[in-house]
Design a protein around this ligand. Structure first.
Ligand code: MSP
Length: 668
């Protein structure tokens, strides 16, 4: 029976451009939607941009642009980016659109009419980066935001408050009654303990800036950007019954979000809706939080994010390969690493040597052994005539893979669904080896040969369906070679195979063309050189936009002044890292040999291990404090100097010297 599936991505802040992190969420949502399309469900996917708030106002000002002109420009970059990753969202909402602002004002009025809001005075900390209020407990010493590592602001102004405290018990009841409401389980537990520890009323308006939706009846107040933003999921449907039918209980609504913004979705959003009078059954069905990506083992700083552009990756590899890697290599819900070398390894192993190989092998066999009998095929239904042991094994593995793929998508585990696709392909490759079509041809066992080839073509046809949610373009191409039309999902028709069936179609096959051409070593190295951010990207890379520069700016200079004479006492030298290794049992430390122009390189022990693999440092030119008193780390491990760097210990950026600076050159 067909159902309705409505999936949303977060709406992205326009002080940034599309990057690998936002691409990850968006591609995942698109793949989930595509699975449901195949399953015959009515589907809808929504994405868009979050355009109000202090952060955006400041980013626009930093560019010298009026906020509206700024948001128009950046929003278009998001809208144009996603189709390049084969994302086919049904709607793209912008929070500056009248259809949104009108709906949010209605929501405000409904909550207000039920006594959910009151006017008070706000006097607390606010992080503009998070667009979120902070308690003292959440801050680092010096009133610094633990996420953005920047000082927070003290906000003191009149504000409307939302009675969030009143919803503590109803929210806990909701989580209890609907264990699936927050997934994965570990994240659900975090939210539950957060709510159990007590909810405070939430400030939902500001008066100190203008860029936002005015509060109805009191337009000195601008709505809190999260109050405004969360409502997009509903405002985008408007009043049209053809769209509102997707909202629960009529449809299954899944909000896919990063773990960083789970709280807003799992606590504030249902509380707003309950306070506006939505019954429990008309709340979103699920908030699914995925993990965060690192790139080649490093945290995605702004500069690194800019260096690894998903659109560039899609251009080089094709969108499908990028999509496959994101969906297959990372277990949705857990943190994961976008590893460029791993991407090529998976490309070769899963796609080239497994799926691509099966296609070309089978099509090759079919063209070699047509035996004047036309396209090998079986007229009987399903796998009925396949009676040998190898057949039984193939049918069993194929059925298992099909069931696993379906459950993987249903349970929002794309990595498992795609693992099932490669398992099916492996089963096909194994079957070729066991059934030995060439031996059958030699023995002139034409009937059996036709049977075997029809079974293999059946595997390939099923595979073309299994890969479609992740790789729609490759699926079409596979089907073209198999003489099949592209998949055309239709409501009420479940195209996702439940049981294995040998091919019955008599349509002619095309000549095999490699679906995933393999790279030789040289081509692979050239591709990696093109795709991977250069090792010094973090230091050389200026933030790509003025907006990024604002976000990357550090805290105001507050250290006491020093005289030039005192500064000149610090001997800063260009150093060349000649060797680097981990220090056993010290997670954070690396032992480096650094050439500072002396007879032998110096040993420097530095807290870089959370940010750099040792190999990534060798050959880099760094800045060394050369006359720092030696520091003894115990057990004979002494450091003779220090490297200059910035950032948190797990995402350090090393200060570097240009390539033509000689080791030992003094900085002045
Ligand atoms: N505007 C808010 C969301 C409002 S939704 C009502 C926002 N926007 S954002 O532009 O900062 O995007 C946040 C989302 O981007 C994360 O939740 C996540 O989906 C994605 N990611 C950003 N960096 C990421 C990684 N490094 N890894 C994975 N996803 C990441 O928050």
């Amino acid at each position: 029976m067909s159902g309705r599936f409505y999936v949303t991505t977060p709406i992205y802040y326009v002080n940034d451009v599309p990057h690998l992190g936002t691409a990850y969420t968006t591609v995942t949502a698109d793949a989930l939607r595509r699975y449901h399309l195949l399953a015959g469900d009515e589907t809808r996917m929504l994405t868009g941009t979050d355009e109000h708030g202090q952060k955006i106002q400041e980013a626009a000002a930093a560019r010298g642009q009026a906020p509206q002109a700024f948001v128009d420009e950046v929003s278009a970059r998001f809208r144009d980016a996603w189709p390049q990753l084969s994302v086919a969202a049904d709607d793209f909402i912008r929070t500056t659109e009248p259809r949104h602002t009108a709906w949010v004002q209605e929501l405000w009025k409904k909550i207000d009419a039920k006594g959910g809001l009151y006017l008070g005075q706000y006097d607390e900390w606010y992080c503009v980066g998070c667009e979120s209020y902070k308690t003292e407990k959440e801050l680092l010493p010096g009133n610094v935001c633990a996420i953005h590592l920047k000082p927070v602001e003290r906000v003191q102004e009149p504000s409307y408050f939302f009675r969030l405290s009143a919803w503590e018990k109803p929210l806990l009841d909701l989580y209890e009654r609907h264990p699936d409401f927050i997934q994965p389980e570990s994240r659900r537990n975090e939210v539950i303990s957060f709510v159990q520890s007590g909810l405070r009323d939430l400030s939902v308006s500001r008066t100190s800036f203008q860029w936002g939706i005015p509060a109805p009846g009191d337009d000195k107040h601008i709505m809190y950007v999260w109050f405004d933003a969360l409502a997009n999921y509903r405002s985008a449907l408007g009043d049209d019954p053809a769209l509102t039918k997707f909202w629960p209980p009529g449809g299954r609504l899944v909000h896919l979000v990063g773990k960083d913004i789970l709280r807003f979705h799992a606590i504030y959003w249902p509380a707003f809706l309950l306070a506006a009078g939505y019954p429990e059954e008309a709340l979103p069905s699920q908030v699914f939080a995925h993990g965060f990506l690192t790139v080649d083992g490093q945290k995605m700083s702004k500069s690194l994010r800019n260096a690894v552009d998903p659109l560039n990756l899609a251009k080089e590899l094709g969108p499908d390969v990028l999509r496959y890697y994101l969906l297959r290599a990372i277990s949705l819900g857990q943190d994961g690493d976008f590893d460029h070398k791993g991407l090529l390894e998976r490309y070769n192993a899963d796609l080239g040597k497994n799926i691509g190989n099966l296609l070309s092998r089978v099509l090759g066999l079919c063209s070699r052994y047509p035996a004047d009998r036309g396209t090998p095929r079986r007229e009987e239904s399903a796998a009925g005539g396949l009676a040998e042991e190898a057949d039984a094994e193939l049918i069993r593995s194929a059925n298992e893979a099909l069931a696993k793929a379906r459950t993987g998508w249903e349970e929002i585990a794309p990595h498992r669904a795609l693992e099932a696709a490669t398992e099916l392909s492996s089963a096909g490759n194994l079957y070729v080896d066991r059934a030995q079509p060439w031996a059958l041809a030699k023995g002139e066992k034409w009937e059996r040969l036709a049977e075997v080839l029809a079974a293999l073509l059946g595997v390939l046809e099923a595979l073309s369906v299994l890969v479609w949610p992740a790789m729609p373009g490759k699926s079409d191409e596979m089907r073209r070679q198999l003489g099949l039309v592209p998949l055309a999902p239709a409501t009420g028709r479940d195209l996702f195979p439940r049981t294995f069936a040998a091919r019955t179609s008599a349509a002619p096959l095309a000549a095999p063309t490699p679906l995933f051409p393999t790279f030789d070593k040289a081509a692979e190295a050239a591709l990696l050189a093109k795709l991977m951010p250069p090792p010094t990207a973090e230091t050389n890379d200026k933030p790509a936009t003025a907006a990024a520069a604002v976000a990357d700016a550090g805290s105001p200079v507050s250290a006491p002044q020093v005289s030039y004479d005192n500064f000149a006492k610090v001997d800063l030298r260009v150093g060349l890292v000649t060797a680097a290794e981990k220090v056993p049992k010290k997670d954070k430390l690396l032992k480096l040999a650094v050439d500072v122009g002396e007879a032998t390189p110096r040993q420097i022990v530095a807290g870089l291990a959370l940010s750099f693999a040792p190999d990534a440092l060798v050959g880099r030119r760094v800045i060394v404090v050369a006359n720092l008193a030696p520091r003894d780390f115990g057990k004979g491990l002494v450091s003779h100097g220090m490297l200059l760097a910035t950032g948190p210990s797990e995402a350090l950026l090393l200060a570097s010297a240009p390539d033509d600076a000689a080791p030992g050159a003094r900085l002045k």
